[in-house]
Design a protein. Structure first.
Length: 623
């Protein structure tokens, strides 16, 4: 049903319908004219056939002038009987008084001598020229021809009517011939109509087939398929159109490939850009946004499309869209969320057409959080270094000035002053060495000689040295120091790790020195070493003052001190833990601290161990 409806709605059907209708109209007009001509010709011929010969009319005219009525009637009847015309059904001779004087019909003999009732005959007898010489009547459903002929003698310009002859003939043979002709014409018309329908369909198909192919091709072009090529059947207008569509398809395909390549290139660039990029129209609605920008604002890319750029960048009350379009200066945006700090620098560029009309804008978001942090740490580092170096230098200068002013004359005082100068100088030397060490770590120029060692032996070696320091301090009665105890909790398994023994020993020394410095007198330092499925974890715990929770994230920063006055009194540089963190991370390890204020701190180091039972450990016994 759908295909039939589609056919009736097609141009092919319309062309066929118009062609067939024109053919039908032409056949109807031609048929009507042709049949009418045949009818007129046949009627004219029939009238000639039913017209009485001149000799008969002359004899009847002579008989009507005879005064002897009976004799005249016999003469008239003889003339009528002598007519040999099968087309004649009835012939009546009427004298000028309107009396019927003779008839050809046998059944009409009783009408002889009676007056005629035919009005047309009466008009003809009276000389009225309005009578119809020929007229058609219908009797019992049969068409018949009536012909009235005046009989008379002309004298000058006046014609004396002596009577009339009324001839009646059946038109059945005439119209039978016309019907036969009409039947033949209808059959021929139907054949011509069928042929015209077939021809119209063929012609319509010839015309519409290229159009259908062009339509199919344009539909495929609209859907992105450019593979179809139209066949050019003839160099006419449709052929030119098909050729133009083929060229259009090729150019659209090339343009589409170029656009798609540019779009893919742009998408690839936008996707892999570290900076966020978003584009908005004149109304501020976001039309393009890359993943980096979506991550910055904390929203999915699909959800960001259509939102206002002011709302997306949280600029309500700070900037308007008009400000952004008129003022192209870059500005800073705080996109921090859920405790995560995020600062970005926004750069604006307008999207203009060739006419100068501004159709939108592009905003590039550059993450400056790390840069800000580095700048802040750099400023703090410079400030700390300046402060840390100025303090011992000031102290050294003060004591040197005192010595120069005469204190050198007092041997005991000079000795004390020189001791302080020496200590402060050693402190600056340690600080500068630590700074150089950090610099080499930052630049990657620090020489590292990694080897597989037994971590149990190395850890014990470091702890044994601190045990010896404890024993030495206990024997020194002149300068009593605080006492502490080192407790070991080691796994029974050998733990092999790949590190630089010297650098890792420095790390352990830093942590142990801090534990000794901040442990109370008589406290216990607990050293642990455990082995998990993939990692070796060692820890050093003290029972000191601990670290406030707010300072735990900064404990490994350079020059950071929880209690600066106490740390300076202990002689530290504030760089030991920073160096330890850099060294441990150099070995793909991790260091962290867990502390409770006034209860002590525990430093943890996690390293990947080497799972090889054939490795033999080195001897770390004290010489």
């Amino acid at each position: 049903m759908r295909s039939l409806t589609k056919f009736f709605q097609s141009i092919r059907f319309r062309i066929t319908l118009v062609f067939v209708l024109l053919m039908i109209i032409a056949l109807e007009l031609l048929g009507a004219f042709f049949v009418r001509q045949i009818e007129q010709r046949n009627l004219a011929t029939f009238q000639q056939q039913i017209t009485l010969p001149k000799y008969a009319t002359d004899q009847i005219t002579t008989a009507l002038r005879n005064k002897q009525t009976d004799e005249a009637n016999h003469q008239i009847q003889d003339v009528l009987s002598g007519l040999n015309n099968t087309n004649l059904q009835e012939v009546q001779v009427i004298d000028r008084t309107g009396t019927i004087r003779g008839t050809l019909s046998v059944s009409g003999q009783q009408t002889i001598g009676q007056k005629t009732t035919d009005l047309n005959a009466q008009k003809a007898l009276s000389g009225n020229q309005s009578f119809l010489k020929t007229r058609t009547i219908n009797e019992s459903g049969e068409r018949k021809e009536l012909m009235t002929t005046q009989l008379g003698v002309s004298s000058g310009r006046v014609r004396e009517v002596t009577g009339i002859i009324v001839v009646k003939a059946s038109l059945l043979p005439v119209y039978r011939n016309i019907s036969n002709v009409m039947r033949l014409f209808i059959i021929a018309g139907l054949i011509a109509l069928v042929a015209s329908i077939a021809l119209a369909l063929f012609l319509a198909r010839t015309l519409t087939r290229p159009i259908e192919q062009i339509n199919e091709q344009t539909t495929k072009i609209a859907s992105g398929d450019y593979s179809m090529v139209n066949h050019i059947y003839s160099p006419d207008e449709l052929g030119h159109l098909a050729k133009s569509v083929n060229e259009l398809s090729t150019r659209i395909e090339e343009s589409t490939e170029t656009v798609n390549a540019e779009r893919n290139r742009l998408d690839s660039v936008l996707t892999h850009m570290a900076d966020g990029v978003l584009a908005a129209n004149r109304r501020g609605e976001v039309t393009i946004i890359n993943q980096a920008a979506a991550d910055f604002v904390g929203i999915e890319r699909e959800a960001a499309l259509g939102q206002n750029v002011i709302d997306l960048l949280r600029l309500q009350g700070k900037r308007t869209l008009r400000d952004m379009l008129e003022n192209l200066d870059d500005f800073r945006v705080d996109l921090s969320n859920d405790g995560t700090e995020l600062l970005v620098q926004a750069y604006i560029s307008l999207i203009k057409r060739q006419s100068g009309f501004i159709s939108g804008l592009v905003v590039v978001l550059h993450n400056i959080t790390e840069q800000q942090r580095i700048d802040s740490e750099r400023r703090m580092f410079v400030s700390n270094v300046s402060h840390e170096l100025r303090t011992p230098l000031t102290s050294v200068r003060s004591y040197v000035d005192a010595l120069a002013e005469g204190a050198i004359e007092d041997p005991e005082m000079a000795q004390n002053f020189l001791g302080v100068v020496q200590d402060e100088t050693q402190r600056m030397i340690r600080m500068i060495n630590d700074l150089l060490e950090l610099s080499r770590l930052d630049q990657g120029t620090m020489e590292v000689k990694q080897e597989v060692i037994n971590l149990n032996s190395l850890f014990n070696f470091v702890l044994n040295r601190f045990d010896m320091i404890i024993e030495s301090d206990a024997k020194n009665t002149e300068t009593p120091n605080k006492t502490y105890n080192i407790k070991r909790e080691f796994t029974n398994e050998d733990v092999w790790v790949e590190v630089d023994p010297d650098k890792f020993t420095q790390v352990l020394d830093n942590i142990m020195n801090n534990a000794v410095k901040y442990s109370p007198d008589g406290g216990t330092i607990t050293a642990r070493l455990i082995k998990t499925k993939t990692r070796a974890i060692l820890s050093i715990s003290d029972q000191g003052l601990g670290i406030p929770r707010k300072d735990l994230d900064n404990i490994f920063n350079r020059f950071f001190r929880v209690d600066k006055s106490r740390s300076r009194a202990q002689g530290g540089t504030g760089l030991g833990l920073a160096i330890s963190k850099e060294v441990v991370e150099k070995f793909n390890g991790r260091i962290w601290v867990d502390s409770v204020e006034n209860q002590g701190s525990t430093f943890y180091i996690s390293l990947a161990y080497v799972d090889d039972a054939n490795i033999e450990g080195d001897d770390w016994d004290v010489e």
